[in-house]
Ligand binder design. Structure first.
Ligand SMILES: *Cc1c(COP(=O)(O)O)cnc(C)c1O
Length: 333
């Protein structure tokens, strides 16, 4: 009997981020850092965009998924893994499994976009569909894990996932040096807490911020009140950040290392997507625009000469809704 690795896990440290970086060496892309002279001029600051939209599978989630799968026990490697996600975590797990020769099962809502399902199956995962109105995906995943001895890999609340995501931050500091502030797109907080571990060692004076959609501000409520707050399933264009609560592991790191959690409106996300397309020739998904939107819309007070890191977390958006959003319709879905 193999046990799921999700119980009683030790919070990760920067040493785990370093180990993850070794695991990912030559496997994950070292993504580029881009800048905009016109934005820097307007703000009187230096903004560094870490473009994880160019990561394998189109989002940073490959880092955490590959690290987590690499660290599984040999029993779990043989039995395989299960994850629930309709988005970037699913594709990241599927590709990681393919690369490592580990079988993967993804629990996905029956009405998930067909392109996402096809991409996940294309990486060799087995997709199990569920009805999101009558069934619970975590229960289905837990049942599969128990029946088949699979390891359940959650999208953010797992030490190896957090450490893997932190390698994006580690890389940014290696690429551009120390920063005054670093803003990171945030759902369950895996990415921001991993990056905060990197900052705590590589740029200790850097102020770390998570940025959430206004409608899904559970992280802000939790951070500011000092205890994890659960909200109703939010509606936002930022579909990769509509979590209802942060995790206990991510929250502990956030509390210790973040300066604050900021929010941005869906309207700001659309304007930022358009700016990325027009000015930087970048395709960024709505969730990937969260951190940039906080900088553009004045959510963070920028002082002259400040050096600011912005994590651009992903670029997976289907073309039909991308077209609508470029044309200015906020109701695309
Ligand atoms: C998952 C995801 C996020 C949120 O990451 P967390 O680790 O859950 O905070 C942000 N952006 C994109 C593109 C994502 O796929």
């Amino acid at each position: 009997m193999v046990h799921s690795p999700t119980v009683a896990l030790k919070p990760p440290t920067y040493a785990d981020v370093e180990r993850a970086a070794q695991t990912l060496e030559g496997v994950a892309h070292r993504t580029p850092v881009l800048t905009s002279q016109s934005l820097n001029k307007t703000l009187g600051a230096e903004v560094f965009f870490k473009c994880e939209s160019f990561q394998r599978t189109g989002a940073f989630k490959f880092r955490g998924a590959y690290n987590a799968l690499s660290n599984l026990s040999s029993a779990h490697k043989k039995a395989g893994v299960v994850a629930y996600s309709s988005g970037n975590h699913a594709q990241a797990i599927a590709l990681s499994g393919q690369l490592l020769g580990i079988s993967t099962t993804i629990v996905m809502p029956h009405d998930a976009p067909s392109a996402k399902r096809a991409a996940t199956e294309g990486y060799g995962a087995q997709v199990v569909l569920y009805d999101r109105y009558t069934e619970k995906r975590d229960e289905i995943a837990a049942r599969l894990a128990e029946q088949h001895g699979l390891a359940l890999i959650p999208p953010f609340n797992h030490p190896d996932v957090i450490a893997g995501q932190g390698t994006a931050g580690k890389e940014l500091f290696e690429q551009v040096g120390e920063l005054d502030a670093f803003l990171v797109c945030m759902g369950g907080g895996g990415l921001v807490s991993g990056c905060a571990l990197a900052a705590s060692v590589l740029s200790p004076a850097c102020e770390m911020y998570g940025v959430e959609p206004e409608a899904g501000n559970d992280g802000q409520l939790s951070f500011r009140s000092g205890k994890i707050v659960t909200i109703d399933p939010p509606r936002s264009l930022a579909d990769g950040a509509v979590t209802t609560a942060v995790g206990d592991l991510t929250f502990a790191i956030m509390q210790k290392n973040l300066k604050d959690v900021l929010t941005v409106s869906d309207q700001a996300l659309v304007e930022t997507m358009q700016w990325f397309a027009q000015r930087m020739k970048l395709v960024v998904e709505p969730t990937g625009c969260l951190a940039a939107a906080a900088v553009m819309q004045g959510g963070l007070a920028i002082k002259p000469g400040m050096r600011v890191g912005v994590l651009v977390s992903g670029g997976n958006v289907d073309l039909a809704s991308y077209g609508q959003l470029m044309a200015g319709s906020i109701n695309a879905s």
